[in-house]
Ligand binder design. Structure first.
Ligand code: SF4
Length: 692
């Protein structure tokens, strides 16, 4: 038996906390602290601490399942793989390659995300691939590319946070989503800096803030414009910086000047004195940061909303300077790496664009195929799911549970049910896997080696610490076997390091260049920040801090983008008079496929709830614990009332981790951002009533 502990990282969120796994005499592993990893210094939240429970869970899948006579029944791997390859081939022959869909996940390792993208384009020949990370941070990614020419969640390490002067945290509840990161913000305040939190709810994070602004959901674009208006009016623009490091200021300035503070107060509900105080706290220190998360990003105007916050940073010279900048707090475990290496609809590895002839030529050469054989860009995640059963007849799904996590989920569940064929790779029988024709049981985090890229852009090595149960294979083995059955014998390695070596070559020269990163380096260092081009004279250093000399645009200057307030896709009316916003709780993760199977986490967060203000509750005649029906134009969800003054009276909140009658995503609006194609998870109009 192995006795030494294995250093690795948590399987859940993008903080990718360091931990070690120590073998237990009874079998299995336990989590031990790993204080040497600088991001969490040994601290873990409950999800990380209990992660091994899913490894040995009794609900773990250990045999392929094949639908027969309406039920999923155990089958051999040969039978299951043959069935998948046969069905994919049959659908392709009958309907064409684009009738095949592939759906990935932001939790897949870089190696898997890369190989899945290659599999879709080279083996299946389909353009129809996207992933659930589209639902996470795609608006920030689009806004970052537009302004800076590059999207990396944080352009600086988290350890810079305590040394800046002020942080505006927009739509992020770090205290529940990534608790160990909170210490950076506590240290910021201990050092005399200020924390401003913008959230319609008084969250646990907002309770830590020096100033909490609670705008109406979906109005933070207007809020940022009002702040920029005041910055101009109070003469706080850094004119020299704007002149030397940016373009497009005049248009952005004109757009902001149309947003008078009193007008912004009417839209957002945030008072003019609070706006002025925010400007003072943000502008007075020498350095400051704006960090956004799902609040501003999951909107049908998410790209412009993030763009407005970036404009604020640019106007005040707070981007591309030490201890200053804009960053996105990416959510999913490999949300960053997962969006760099080819499982996005429009993308090739290295953050290359699929419609760029030079990018196609480079990647095609690495893959040993004709560039003309690579399909073009496909549909975004929601559009792909919405096309199931119509244009797309068969789907291969890996690392995602859209029956719970997609917006307008009842509709998407129906679309999935109308497919000719669905194959799912998962560790448990998720709500989506339960609808499949074939389910393949795959290895998880501690049973395999692979790399992830954290929200800091830090590439990390997760090491295998335990042998997978009998009957389970890795996603890379699955893709290798399917490729061979579909006529591609080479180019789909089962060894993660071999896949990473190819990824390095495919990413070389791209925006997200990993060519200077090796498994050996990752085993010796606490991660390496990309871009990290290979160099001849010794190890490439990596880039912890971006943009200090120039932005990643052709002329090195950042782009202001003129943006203006616009309403939510769905505003309250007589029939649906309240706004619903959704989010997470500390003891559950995303669709809950794993965390709902951990007893300790389930005890802490056993089910959904509807958070509502006492004034709204009184109007509805509701008391704590009453079963409340929340009804939108898309459906109805029922959950117990939780009454709190920590939410606006015009808004209700539901966490989205559960299926069934309390599924929050039954209600959410799939209205898409025109640039990022992000659905509007964060606001929709609902009616709330006591459920009979
Ligand atoms: Fe895991 Fe995120 Fe919790 Fe850290 S904060 S232990 S990475 S879930």
């Amino acid at each position: 038996m192995q006795t030494a502990s294995t250093p690795t990282h948590c399987p859940y969120c993008a903080l990718q906390c360091g931990m070690a796994l120590s073998p237990l005499p009874t079998g299995g592993v336990e989590v031990v602290e790993r204080p040497d990893f600088p991001v969490n210094r040994g601290a873990l939240c409950g999800k990380g601490r209990t992660a091994p429970a899913v490894l040995s869970s009794t609900v773990r899948l250990t045999s392929p399942l094949v639908r027969s006579g309406g039920s999923l029944v155990p089958a051999t791997w040969e039978e299951a793989l043959d069935r998948i390859a046969g069905e994919l081939g049959r659908v392709r022959d009958r309907h064409g390659a684009d009738a095949l869909g592939v759906f990935g996940g932001g939790g897949l390792t870089n190696e898997k995300a890369y190989t899945l993208g290659k599999f879709a384009r080279v083996v299946l020949g389909t353009s129809q691939i996207d992933y659930n990370g589209r639902f996470c941070m795609s608006s920030a990614a689009a806004a970052g590319v537009r302004a800076f020419g590059l999207d990396r969640g944080l352009p600086f390490p988290l350890e810079d946070v305590p040394r800046t002067g002020c942080v505006i945290l927009v739509g992020s509840n770090l205290a529940e989503t990534m608790p160990p990161s909170l210490r950076f913000f506590s240290e910021l305040r201990d050092n005399g800096g200020t924390l401003i939190v913008i959230d319609p709810r008084r969250t646990k994070t907002a309770e830590q803030a020096d100033l909490h602004l609670a705008p109406r959901p979906g109005t933070d674009l207007a809020l940022a414009l009002g702040l920029l208006h005041l910055i101009v009016a109070e003469g706080r623009v850094d004119e020299e910086y704007v002149r030397e490091r940016t373009v497009g200021w005049e248009e952005a300035r004109a757009a902001a000047m149309a947003h008078w503070p009193e007008y912004v107060e009417r839209i957002t509900g945030v008072s003019v004195p609070q706006l002025r105080e925010t400007v003072r706290l943000f502008c007075e220190p020498e350095a400051a940061m704006v960090l956004t998360a799902r609040g501003p990003e999951q909107q049908s105007k998410g790209t412009d909303t993030v763009g407005a916050w970036i404009n604020l940073c640019l106007a005040t010279g707070r981007a591309g300077r030490p201890l200053s900048g804009y960053g996105c707090l990416t959510g999913q475990g490999n949300g960053q790496g997962g969006r760099e290496h080819g499982q996005k609809a429009d993308q090739l590895p290295g953050y290359r664009k699929l419609d760029d002839p030079a990018a196609r030529a480079h990647v095609a050469e690495v893959w040993g195929v004709d560039p003309d054989s690579l399909p073009g860009p496909g549909r975004s995640a929601y559009e792909l799911l919405d096309a199931l059963g119509t244009d797309i007849r068969a789907l291969l799904l890996m690392g995602s549970n859209p029956v719970v996590s997609a917006p307008n989920a009842a509709h998407i569940e129906k679309r999935i049910g109308s497919l000719d064929f669905l194959a799912v790779c998962d560790v448990v029988l998720s709500e989506t896997a339960a609808l499949a024709d074939v389910v393949l049981p795959v290895t998880q985090w501690a049973e395999e080696t692979g790399t992830t890229t954290s929200l800091e852009g830090r590439v990390l090595l997760r090491r295998q610490a335990i042998t997978a149960p009998d009957g389970v294979r890795s996603d890379l083995e699955v893709l290798h076997e399917l490729a061979a059955r579909l006529g591609v014998e080479k180019g789909f390695p089962v060894e993660p390091e071999e896949a990473f070596e190819e990824l390095r070559r495919a990413s070389a020269g791209g925006v997200a260049d990993y060519s200077g990163i090796t498994y050996r380096r990752l085993a010796e260092e606490n991660g390496v920040f990309w871009p990290c081009p290979a160099q001849d004279d010794g190890p490439a250093p990596g880039t912890p801090r971006l943009f200090l000399d120039r932005f990643a645009t052709p002329d090195g200057r950042a782009r202001f983008v003129p943006v203006s307030h616009r309403p939510n896709a769905e505003e309250p009316d007589d029939d649906y008079p309240v706004l619903l916003t959704t989010g997470r709780v500390v003891a559950q993760y995303q669709s809950g496929a794993q965390t709902r199977r951990v007893a300790e986490l389930n005890a802490a967060a056993p089910g959904p709830f509807v958070e509502l203000h006492p004034r709204l509750a009184a109007r509805l005649g509701a008391v704590e614990g009453d079963r409340m029906a929340v009804v939108s134009r898309r459906g109805r969800a029922v959950a117990p009332a939780r009454i709190t003054t920590g939410i606006r009276p015009d808004t209700v909140f539901m966490p989205f981790h559960w299926p069934g009658e309390g599924r929050a995503n039954t209600l959410t609006n799939p209205a898409l951002d025109p640039t990022s194609r992000m659905p509007e998870f964060k606001s929709c109009a609902v009616r709330v009533e006591r459920a009979e």
